[in-house]
Ligand binder design. Structure first.
Ligand code: M6R
Length: 600
């Protein structure tokens, strides 16, 4: 949450910073700002709202070859111009941008800010005021920066300007992601390579508690003790077109449409030269030696984990528990003798999941991360990684990452099953190929789904999703998608559970979206639909070919019973998309949210 950028070189920095922030807007978008430094000192521009609002307030006449920028997701203090970054010290000598949360901010404030008239409600301002205090005591900027970092508890990615030195950006990180990008006559800083792909594809990863001095022709990484660290750059394997919307009105729609391609790419990436699905032998061994697998995830990734549990248990016969990461640390279950942890995270940066990873590593357990982002924190800190190969997912509402997560979990289940000598009566490569084709068919049915969305969701204030067995898990995801982008109150329920209380909420016309893709529960879920219809509900049944009936609103193509979530979720993603569109909601950037949730 929050995105930061920095540029130092020979060109005017403003446009590079603004373009970079536009690419980071998915990380937070309630206010934004940039600060540029030239021989006349530091100039700060900030606005409440989007980068487009900030752009209008940036004065064209100010040229500066160095600067920093920030797009915010509020933690301390409401979204406002006053709380927008960059923040400055009282002397205005120092200017800082920050992504993360300083946990001991209150005690630092009490200890150091007695005589300082704070200008914002943020934890960030305390950092820059402390640097200023220590510099006033005679420390150099680097020493003051290092001393301050030594006193901070929590997470930070920081970029600092000193208006007495327009040739350096001071950078540091702990727990929050940060990269330095390299150019011939310039260097840059960014929370995510996407932001600076406009000027370079060469990046250097930073580790926690490192400080970096970024100059236009030199980057020096050091640890908190001041020891110099050398690290080779890597090439960001991103195509600029991956991060553009192209002709699509929204990233979400583009990402929904990309799903067939993603499934095919995953199959190809996990095939060996003979076409057999394969996974690193160490990962398969770790699963085979585990007494039980614990899947840890949040939001959509948690929902993918629920489907993954079914796949791993039914195909590979290994017991699995799935836990919400923000709960696990506070309410740890009795673990099996040899637990193996699987972290599922699109971004690989989710703070709630990372907190669990840190804890279980301290306990000496092994972890596998399934993520879309190579080199992300969860990937680096786990023992093993499986990549989703879904390409950047930019819309806040996760779509292609969900299907990619399930596809990778299916492959993991299949390869593990085979390693255990379990005979399978299906060919997963072929079945995933059929899934990709089925998703294409569904993506071609947008007009029908838009019509269904109009019919059921255009005026309602609430909506229920019901299903049994794996359809229940997909219903949870459908409800999350709908509520997060259309703001319709939506809940997913196990079909049989409504009558234990929630059915009291069914009124005349309440939409109930029921999934019927599983033969074993087809009749019982239809029975649950009758129960809500008897109380006035407006039912929208989404069934699978072979199980359909005349009353159904939409029928999805038939795929292997274990893989139905990969396609039954598509109409739900599209229903949510059109509901948000019809309500004039900001589809890609829903209120109060951010793509990468890096605070606990
Ligand atoms: O990056 P992660 O997969 O760890 O993110 C987890 C959740 O924050 C994320 O899935 C969230 O629920 C999405 N906005 C849902 O669309």
């Amino acid at each position: 949450m929050c995105g930061i950028v920095g540029y130092i070189g020979t060109n005017d920095s403003k446009e590079i910073l603004l373009k970079g922030l536009e690419k980071l807007e998915y990380r937070g978008y309630d206010s934004a700002g940039i600060a540029v430094v030239n021989e006349n000192g530091v100039h700060v521009f900030k606005e409440k709202g989007r980068i487009a609002d900030l752009r209008e307030s940036v004065v064209a006449g100010v040229n500066a070859n160095a600067g920093i920028g920030h797009t915010r997701w509020a933690t301390h203090g409401p979204p406002s111009k006053r709380n927008a970054h960059p923040h400055q010290s009282a002397s205005t000598r120092y200017t800082i941008v920050h992504n993360g949360v300083i946990e001991n901010f209150d005690s630092l404030k009490r200890e150091f800010m007695g005589n300082v008239d704070l200008q914002s409600d943020t934890d960030t301002e305390v950092i820059v005021q402390m640097i200023n205090l220590f510099a006033n005591e005679g420390l150099s900027t680097l020493e003051a920066f290092r001393k301050t970092l030594g006193l901070l508890k929590g997470s930070y990615a920081l970029a600092l300007l000193d208006n007495e030195d327009n040739e350096t950006i001071y950078v540091a990180k702990n727990k929050s992601p940060l990269l330095v990008g390299l150019g011939d006559t310039f260097n840059v800083v960014a929370s995510d390579a996407m932001a600076m792909l406009q000027v370079t594809d060469q990046f250097v990863e930073l580790m926690d508690k490192e400080i970096v001095l970024v100059k236009k022709d030199e980057v020096t990484i050091q640890n908190l003790k001041g020891e110099i660290i050398s690290r080779a750059p890597f090439k960001a394997e991103l195509d600029a077109s991956d991060i553009e919307k192209g002709t699509y009105p929204h990233y979400m729609l583009k990402e929904i449409d990309e799903q067939p391609l993603v499934i095919r790419k995953i199959v190809q990436k996990y095939q060996d030269e003979t076409g057999k699905l394969t996974i690193d032998g160490d990962i398969v061994n770790a699963i085979n030696q585990a007494g039980r697998i614990y899947i840890i995830a949040a939001g959509t990734s948690y929902h993918a984990g629920l489907v993954g549990k079914q796949l791993i248990e039914k195909v590979a016969k290994v017991p699995v528990e799935v836990h919400i990461s923000s709960e696990f640390g506070y309410n740890m279950p009795l673990l099996s003798e040899k637990p193996l942890f699987i972290f599922i995270s699109q971004s690989g940066e989710t703070a709630d999941s990372r907190a669990v990873l840190v804890e279980i590593k301290e306990m000496g357990y092994q972890a596998l991360t399934i993520t879309n982002v190579q080199g992300s924190t969860l990937s680096r800190e786990a023992d093993y990684t499986l990549l989703l190969h879904a390409g950047p997912e930019i819309a806040v509402a996760s779509t292609k990452a969900y299907t990619a997560q399930i596809a990778v979990l299916a492959i993991l289940a299949e390869v593990t099953a085979k390693s255990r000598g379990i005979n399978l009566d299906f060919d997963l490569v072929k079945e995933l190929g059929l899934v990709a084709t089925a998703i294409e068919t569904l993506c071609d049915s947008k007009e029908i789904i838009e019509q269904i969305s109009r019919e059921f969701l255009s005026v309602t204030r609430n909506c229920f999703f019901i299903g049994r067995a794996v359809d229940y898990y997909v219903g949870l995801e459908g409800a999350l998608k709908l509520k997060e982008i259309s703001y319709i109150q939506a809940e997913g329920f196990a079909g049989g559970e409504l009558k234990h209380g929630t059915i009291a909420l069914i009124e005349e016309g309440t939409p109930v979206i029921a999934l019927a893709t599983q033969e074993s529960v087809n009749l019982s879920i239809r029975g649950n639909v009758k129960e809500v219809v008897a109380r006035g509900a407006n039912p929208c049944i989404i069934s699978m070919k072979g199980l359909e009936s005349d009353e159904d609103s939409f029928v999805i193509p038939e795929v292997h019973g274990l893989l139905t979530p990969l396609i039954s979720v598509i109409p739900l993603q599209l229903l949510a998309y059109y509901a948000a569109l019809h309500r004039d909601c900001d589809v890609d950037k829903p209120r109060n949210l951010a793509k990468s949730v890096t605070v606990e």
